[in-house]
Design a protein around this ligand. Structure first.
Ligand code: UD1
Length: 442
């Protein structure tokens, strides 16, 4: 099995730069299909989920060009001509965000067939909200054993009637599908109960560049008015920084860092993670500087576990933005496992997302399951062991655990981690971590 080998205990120091956000680039890549022209996206992270999504775009007939750059890759998608409106299971099952092609292809071609998505197994991940919102928009939506089909019929009675769509839960992916499908209708669509994550705002900003009129981005009520056709020759767009990667470095720094500086993250997107780490006793200061005319933030983390034992925060409840993110819930478990006191962790988005806790128990963590989540009693240290990545963030949590632990930790199945982290081992090595990658199958 492919793995990371980590000899724990090295104190990390220095500077690290956050890459573009995985959960922002993937729906924007789907949305590039809406424009019969070229989109040039900057700050594109070098991750396997981007390569999978680029593969889907090529399969649909787009030309895709990836230009490697040190300061963030550029990806160009030429969607002037597309040949297909169908994504088969062999491609769709490779990632969760393939479901966002449903709204994008429907907006472009007025019909689509997308096989059920795959992605990390972090609990039940139904797609009923995606289907119901498309129906509420007047788009015929049917499913068979393996795929969802859409068809937009135009009749006199459904033209120019404004639509109102209600989400029973603020699903991120369903809100993205709502924005994209609505971009293909000429009547206005108001989405109630929409997700408010920064990645939704990023997608909305891209659609605005194409000419879609959108009000209320970042709130639970978004109004969209699309155009008949989108034909911009070239659109350029920059992806926001990855707030979950920022959380990964913030938590690693709190656990074993000495004055680490995290560059390029958007502080306002990370507030709840920062609040929890401050509550535990760290100091986090924001600084700003200008580089090549561009304002850049950096966060400096001091008073970490290196100089004192951090306090447990008591309780963490992962919930929809702006609350503590479910994706960072796994990441903080190793730090809670070595903090002073007890913490209850509850995940309201994916209530059973605790496979990382089972792996941490193999490393001396004292974690028990409760009716509503998990209960952690902080121990003085973690001990290195052989552990498994079961999903992207759970795998990254094991890497953090390995950095904090005494002795050697081997994290198997690093491919999960590579789905969403751009050069994580290189970045950690540059900070002083002893981490190597191995393709060795034993
Ligand atoms: C996205 C993120 C993922 C993050 C999650 C929650 C991407 C590619 N992935 O996933 O990293 O952990 O948001 O912040 O952006 N639900 C339904 N029916 C549906 C859709 C969702 O019941 O049709 C439920 C899910 O089971 C889950 C909750 O809604 O309990 C949230 O899911 P959702 O926000 O849709 O997550 P994703 O978009 O899949």
């Amino acid at each position: 099995m492919t793995k990371y080998i980590i000899n724990g205990g090295n104190v990390l120091h220095g500077d690290v730069r956050v890459s573009g956000a995985k959960n922002a680039i993937l729906p924007v890549l789907s949305a590039t299909l809406i424009n019969k022209g070229i989109t040039r996206i900057t700050n594109c992270p070098d991750i396997s989920d981007v390569r999978i999504t680029a593969g889907i775009l090529k399969d649909l007939g787009c030309k895709v060009n990836l230009i490697k750059k040190k300061e963030g890759n550029i990806i160009e998608v030429d969607a002037t001509n597309i040949e297909k409106t169908t994504i088969g299971s062999e491609k769709a099952r490779l990632c969760r965000s393939s479901i966002t092609f449903l709204g994008a292809i429907t907006a472009r071609s007025k019909e689509a067939e997308v096989a059920f998505p795959g992605g990390c197994i972090i609990g039940d991940r139904p797609i009923d909200i995606h289907e119901s919102l498309l129906r509420e928009m007047g788009i015929e939506t049917t499913r068979n054993d393996s795929a969802i089909k859409t068809k937009l019929y135009r009749t006199d009675c459904n033209v120019e009637n404004d639509k109102h769509v209600y989400l029973k839960f603020p699903s991120v992916g369903a809100t993205e599908n709502a924005l994209m499908a609505a971009a293909g209708l000429t009547e206005s669509v108001t989405v109630y109960g929409a997700a408010t994550e920064p990645e939704i705002v990023c997608l909305g900003n891209y659609l605005q560049k194409l000419g879609v009129k959108i009000q209320g981005l970042g709130t639970g009520c978004i109004k969209i008015r699309g155009l008949k056709e989108y034909k911009k020759d070239i659109v350029t767009f920059k992806i926001i920084p990855d707030r979950i990667e920022a959380a990964t470095f913030l938590i690693s720094a709190a656990g074993i860092g000495d004055n680490i500086k995290i560059h390029g993250c958007e502080t306002s997107h990370c507030l709840e993670v920062i609040n929890v780490l401050k509550r535990m006793g760290t100091r986090i200061k924001e600084h700003k500087y200008t580089q090549d005319g561009e304002a850049i933030n950096f966060l400096e983390i001091s008073e970490t576990s290196v100089t004192k034992r951090l306090n447990s925060p008591g309780i963490i409840i992962a919930d929809a933005y702006p609350a503590f993110p479910t994706d960072a819930q796994s990441l903080i478990l190793p730090l809670l496992s070595v903090s002073k006191g007890e913490t209850f962790v509850i995940d309201k988005i994916f209530p059973k997302r605790f496979k990382a806790a089972d792996e941490l128990s193999k490393m001396n963590a004292d974690i028990t399951n409760t009716d509503f989540g998990i209960h952690i009693r902080g121990r003085k240290h973690l001990t290195g062991n052989k552990v498994q990545s079961h999903d992207l963030r759970g795998g990254a949590a094991m890497v953090i655990a390995g950095l904090l632990a005494k002795g050697q930790t081997i994290v198997y199945d690093k491919e999960y981690i590579k789905r969403g982290y751009d050069g994580i081992s290189e970045k950690l090595r540059a900070l002083g971590a002893d981490i190597t990658e191995s393709q060795n199958l034993s």
